[in-house]
Design a binder for this molecule. Structure first.
Ligand code: ATP
Ligand code: MG
Length: 472
């Protein structure tokens, strides 16, 4: 029998072992910690402990034995307890059997053996348990050959997949998420069962759905997860906006690209350059406006006029529907979608004023916007690929040069509203806005440099133009 004592060197395990002995009950580490240890994925910071007995009592005992007596948080409805120690978050649960009803993913629970508890786990790779009992410390309990599935990279349910997924449909999303995070394959009968049960994801709270979507997006190659969501039919239920991008139309011999598969490539590309969840969301949604704006024009061919604007509006609706935060993160995603074509236009013809406008409009997000646009290059033609990337190099250099000279990135009006009011002896009024705007425009157009003296001179001239007189 394999022994994994070396996985259990953190003091917390010794203390749990001791506490279990004192209470004369058995306990095991189970789930993610064991899985990630064997996969050498770095330390899993949340530990799940199964006690054959009361998890809550065990947690209390562990806290007693610890020098700093950490607070034990108890979740009565779930019969679980949690405490923090040695930089770990430890969750305790009593081993249990579960039975489910149709309407909810919250089961009836009764206590059971370790095997009962392993049976209720979602996947064989998540049912691996390590003994914390004195005589068998570190021994692996693996009733479903989870170790083999870990080694061959397979997501499989311990029991009949139809029952496992129907009992708790969240597991269908978890299957996809783990496949994406770990680069694993979902075993055939599981995939088929997900297909049959996919409509049951409707009973999952949207927050949980979004949690899993975020984890898929944060995986190394998110397209793995999204392709599986697509294949199992779940994507249509969760993100129909993306499904609407699928397919290639042809009229008069002209075809446009399949924007769904293109989008997945863009998400993979951007994931090589950023771990920012919201920038990855922006990549996922950057083309959603293309479905409702698609038209065929006899002269122009396929067009998607205004898709960036339409797309940015759709972002709000989508976030709202999924109960995602409607805060500055959402605004960031909207802004990225709205501006997603701007640098591309520049790549063809880079004038200083166009560059200044881009920097002004993108503000502090200019870097992210460039990252998005570079990820958007998915052409399979190596010459074009190179040319597009070179074009963006030129844009980047220009951005740098112009910003160093003109400082419009965090634009502050060089002449304040107060100064305008004092100069012309006027009260707050429309004129002030007109003058400020004219100054800003003149700077962006390159008529005047972004500095006080020139702006003041321009203000005096503009004021006179609209019939104002300076005080003295
Ligand atoms: P991660 O922490 O990376 O999300 P994990 O496997 O640790 O991965 P948790 O959500 O922390 O996932 O759950 C811990 C363990 O609890 C899992 O390994 C699994 O054994 C079990 N588990 C979690 N959610 C479910 C579920 N919906 N159905 C069955 N078992 C589950
Ligand atoms: Mg975990």
């Amino acid at each position: 029998m394999s022994n994994y004592k070396q996985a259990l060197t953190n003091n917390i395990f010794k203390v749990i072992s001791l506490a279990s002995a004192e209470l004369q009950l058995e306990s095991y580490v189970i789930g993610g910690f064991v899985r990630d240890y064997i996969l050498q994925r770095g330390e899993h910071k949340d530990i799940d402990i199964v006690a054959v007995g009361s998890g809550i009592e065990l947690a209390r005992k562990v806290s007693d034995l610890l020098p700093h007596k950490p607070k034990v948080q108890i979740f009565k409805t779930y019969g679980t307890a949690m405490l923090r120690a040695y930089d770990m978050e430890v969750e305790f649960v009593g081993s249990r059997k579960e039975s489910y009803s149709q309407e909810s993913r919250n089961p009836e629970v009764e206590s059971g053996t370790l095997e009962d508890d392993q049976n209720r786990r979602d996947f064989t790779i998540n049912a691996l348990a390590l003994s914390l009992n004195e005589e068998t410390y570190g021994e692996l309990l693996d009733p479903f050959n989870g170790l083999q599935d870990l080694n061959t990279g397979i997501i499989r349910t311990p029991l009949d997949p139809d029952i496992t997924y129907s009992d708790d449909p969240l597991r269908m999303l978890r299957a996809v998420r783990f496949a994406s995070q770990l680069g694993f394959r979902i075993e055939k009968s599981s995939l088929e069962a997900i297909n049959r049960n996919r409509n049951r994801i409707k009973i999952i709270s949207r927050e949980r759905v979004v949690d899993e979507l975020n984890k898929i997006l944060l995986s190394e190659k998110p397209s793995v997860g999204f392709a599986l969501l697509h294949k199992t039919g779940m994507l249509r239920l969760i993100l129909p906006e993306l499904i609407a991008l699928e397919g290639i139309d042809e009229i008069e011999g002209q075809r446009h690209k399949d924007n769904f598969w293109h989008t997945l490539e863009v998400v993979d590309n951007i994931s090589e350059n950023t771990n920012d969840l919201w920038l990855r969301w922006a990549a996922l949604l950057h083309d959603i406006g293309k479905a409702p704006t698609k038209k065929f024009d006899k002269k122009m061919g396929w067009t998607f006029h205004g898709h960036e604007f339409v797309g940015s509006k759709m972002v709000y609706k989508l976030f709202k529907r999924l109960r995602m935060p409607l805060n500055e993160k959402m605004k960031f995603v909207q802004k990225m979608v709205l501006m997603s074509s701007r640098p591309i236009v520049l790549a063809e013809d880079v004038t200083d004023s166009a560059v200044r406008r881009l920097i002004f409009d993108a503000g502090e997000n200019i870097e992210d916007l460039m990252t998005l646009c570079e990820a958007d290059i998915t052409t399979k033609n190596p010459r074009r690929f190179k040319r597009y990337h070179n074009n963006f190099q030129v844009v980047r250099q220009k951005l740098k040069k112009v910003e160093e000279r003109d400082h419009v990135r965090n634009f502050q009006p060089p002449v304040t509203g107060e100064e305008i009011m004092e100069t012309f002896n006027i009260k707050p009024s429309r004129e002030i806005g007109i003058i400020k705007d004219a100054i800003k425009e003149a700077i962006l157009e390159g008529e005047i440099p972004n500095e006080y003296e020139s702006a003041k001179e321009f203000m005096l001239k503009k004021g006179k133009d609209i019939g104002l007189k300076p005080q003295n």
